[in-house]
Design a protein around this ligand. Structure first.
Ligand code: GDP
Ligand code: MG
Length: 737
């Protein structure tokens, strides 16, 4: 719009007053403009239009009193006028008049005005009423949370604060254009679609000039009828319309018909977070159910213990519910599937090497990883439940103070929790953090969060070396990861990130919701299928390559003499101080960089293959196998159900133990017992926990933060992992003697 430069020359500023009905807009309008008013109608509407002007500090200010509105949706003519004026006429500044005594209700509109990207001044009017009701507001914090936006407390009916408002409008006009705008961040599913749509909008010149792409994207996803129609009537929007219908389809799969409700929830979450952080509420207020639950979950003393207990429950569930299936899947893969492949291949006369490639290479490698799918399903289901129900946002809120001690914001917490599933979505989830340095710092700490790909390694080693304490060993790996992240975060925020601006942002607190089963299943499957896809692609490829490296030059007797053995052997002395300087351990760590699950699949190939063909049981028949599988599945289902019931009723023994502990040993754990001592096993586990995240994570870091930071992250991980492993091994030897 050209008005920008013209206005600047003549020092003319257009100010729009926006707010809920009865917030005090007209009172402010009258006080500002005095007698210089003009009353007419909005073109084509019966709604009254009042405009006026005043001079201040060398500026000619034109003020437009927009009709009172609760939102900027086109529900009513008033709201549509307010919306179109702000978005299309683009006033130099919107003065958003807020009734401070009804903060939560009024701020919904504020959230929407912020989204338009127009420069905003927030006026907290009716401060006298708010004060009288015992609802004081921390104005500085309020402004800080909105990215330093001017926030002016007023009592318009008494003229209090209006001078400051005039002053602010004038000085804001001087530096307009560089308003650091704060946006509502929606749920990750929605954000993904907003981003895709905004990009498509950006490619349409007719639209990207007229609208802030993100704003239009949100409104289109919300399904704002007249805007959808407007897009349809704009030439050159075919691709955009396609992207839109696909986005809406994907979101409908998750939210059903209620995509607009989910968006509104996002804004309410923003508002609630802002209010909770800036206004002390009197005790006698009527509380909604959400408020009542919040009183407990965000309680200063109870919040963190509740969070820790919930996470403990999640991991117990993952372990207990998935353990029986783990045995079962392992049995099916190393039993019938291997057997059948063997039979089928020899029946068609396949050469020995091909049979070995298929069974020792592909099935051992990929199967060794697929064994963990049941555990992942449980884990992702539980994480999705915590996230979709709105609980994770509370956890982040509660952790805010603890996180700020690490130089981080509470918002860093959710990416870190999500990283327990997989570091890659964790890295991308840092996008919700507004400040770049806070985002990078979080991105550097994420690799220390133990992702599910590391879980197989803990399980295998835990079972092999600490059968009585496997659960505790696994749990402590997660805790150690967190402790290391805390220590590194503490150090980095006092050194490398010392000068980073400590931005404060609103923490969205969406209303609690019963997650829909469909949404949970979609999220669970999205993540697990990523894992399965990895098994079917990268891990498959690495398994095949590895098999060749292990069997070349052709005819090697001892895998140690193979190419792979020689490379690993050459690198292994690095790990001598950590107690696992064997070529096998080194080799599996090298391939583990591709994906940490591969540590296990590599070991399955190296160690189990090494153990000899002793496990070659007598061939079984197809029918007995199928029967075994069915029986195994039913048995696993029942025992999983029992264990889940036990987990959910801590302290009560529902099912007395049946003394059937015949040790959940897989072929690999047995083989490992000969290769590691408990201390070197522990050192190895620590190394696996802390060393370089997989290539996919590094790629995500490069994508989000650039090469330099990704490299720093790799170096940081390698050195910390090595130090920790050496420390544990040497310390352990001293202790044990
Ligand atoms: P509008 O609907 O936003 O234009 O609101 P008005 O300007 O018409 O104000 C609604 C009512 O609130 C009027 O009776 C005003 O006198 C009163 N009012 C406006 N500002 C304040 C204030 O800061 N404190 C108090 N106590 N009353 C106010
Ligand atoms: Mg009015």
């Amino acid at each position: 719009m050209t008005a920008y430069s013209d206005n600047y020359m003549t020092k003319k500023i257009r100010v729009a007053l926006a707010g809920n009905p009865n917030a005090g807009k007209s009172t402010i309008f009258n006080a500002l403009t005095g007698a210089h008013q003009h009353v007419g109608n909005w073109p084509g509407k019966t709604v009254e239009k009042k405009s006026g002007s005043f001079k201040f500090a060398g500026y000619e200010m034109e003020v437009i009193d927009l009709p009172g509105a609760y939102s900027l949706s086109a529900y009513s003519p008033e709201e549509q006028i307010a919306r179109d004026f702000i978005v299309q006429e683009r006033p130099d500044v919107v003065v958003n008049v807020v009734d401070a005594a009804n903060l939560e209700r009024n701020l919904y509109l504020t959230a929407q005005i912020l989204e338009t990207g127009t420069p905003v001044i927030v006026v907290l009017n009716m401060m006298d009423v708010a004060q009288a009701r015992g609802l004081p507001i921390d104005v500085d914090k309020f402004s800080q949370l909105l990215g330093g936006l001017p926030v002016i407390p007023t009592i318009a009916s008494k003229g209090v604060g209006l001078d400051e408002l005039r002053q602010t409008i004038a000085s804001f006009a001087e530096k307009r254009g560089d308003a650091g705008q704060v946006f509502v961040t929606y749920e990750p599913d929605i954000e993904k679609e907003i981003e895709a749509l905004a990009q498509a909008i950006n490619e349409v010149p007719a639209l990207n000039k007229a609208f802030l792409p993100r704003w239009l994207a949100v409104r289109l996803i919300e399904g704002e009828e007249d805007l959808v129609q407007m897009v349809k009537n704009t030439p050159g929007t075919e691709r955009l319309q396609e992207v839109l219908s696909r986005s809406r389809q994907r979101l409908e799969e998750i939210y059903g018909e209620d995509v607009d409700v989910a968006i509104a929830d996002g804004r309410y979450g923003f508002v609630r977070g802002l209010v909770r952080a800036t206004q002390t509420r009197p005790p006698e207020r009527r509380l909604t159910l959400s408020d009542k639950i919040d009183k407990i979950t965000t309680n200063k003393w109870l919040g963190i213990p509740i969070f820790l207990a919930l996470m403990y429950l999640v991991f117990q569930m993952v372990q207990n519910v998935s353990a029986p299936y783990l045995d079962w899947v392992d049995g099916v893969i190393s039993g019938p599937i291997t057997q059948w492949t063997l039979h089928a291949l020899s029946a068609v006369g396949a050469p020995d090497w091909l049979i070995s490639l298929a069974t020792d290479g592909v099935i051992a490698g990929v199967g060794g990883v697929l064994v963990f799918v049941p555990g992942l399903l449980v884990m992702y289901f539980a994480l999705a439940f915590l996230e979709d129900s709105g609980y994770l946002a509370r956890a982040a809120f509660v952790m805010d103070r603890a996180m700020s001690a690490l130089g981080m914001h509470g918002k860093s917490f959710i990416p870190m929790i999500l990283s327990f599933g997989c570091n890659v979505p964790g890295i991308y989830a840092t996008r919700t953090i507004e400040s770049r340095s806070a985002r990078i710092l979080t991105g550097l700490l994420i690799p220390f969060m133990s992702c599910s790909a590391r879980l197989p390694v803990y399980v295998i080693f835990g079972i092999a070396f600490f059968p009585a304490h496997a659960g505790r060993i696994i749990w402590s790996m997660y805790v150690i990861g967190i402790v290391v992240a805390v220590a590194v975060g503490w150090t980095l925020s006092r050194t490398l990130f010392k000068d980073a601006e400590q931005g404060a942002f609103v923490m969205e607190l969406p209303p609690y919701r019963m997650p829909t089963l469909k949404g949970l299943l979609i999220h669970m499957w999205e993540h697990t299928s990523g894992f399965v896809r990895k098994a079917g692609t990268i891990i498959l490829a690495v398994s095949i390559v590895l098999w060749f490296l292990l069997n070349m030059p052709w005819g090697v007797e001892n895998p140690r003499d193979s190419y792979y053995g020689r490379i690993s052997e050459a690198a292994s002395p690095i790990f001598a101080p950590a107690g696992f300087d064997t070529w096998q351990a080194t080799g599996s760590l090298i391939t583990g960089f591709i994906a940490k699950e591969i540590v296990v699949s590599t070991m399955s190939q190296i160690y189990v293959g090494e153990e000899g063909e002793e496990a070659e049981a007598e061939p079984t028949s197809f029918v007995t196998d199928v029967k075994d599988i069915m029986v195994g599945f039913v048995g696993a289902t029942i025992s999983a159900g029992k264990e889940l019931a036990e987990v959910l009723t801590p302290g009560i023994t529902l099912f007395p133990a049946e003394e059937e502990e015949e040790e959940d040993q897989t072929a690999l754990s047995r083989a490992l017992q000969g290769a590691f001592t408990p201390i070197s096993a522990l050192a190895f586990l620590l190394f696996v926990l802390l060393y370089v995240p997989c290539v996919a994570t590094v790629a995500a870091q490069v994508h989000e933060f650039g090469w330099r930071w990704a490299l720093l992250s790799v170096a940081l991980n390698l050195s910390i992992a090595w130090l920790a492993a050496v420390l544990v091994y040497q310390g352990g030897r001293l202790l044990v003697g």
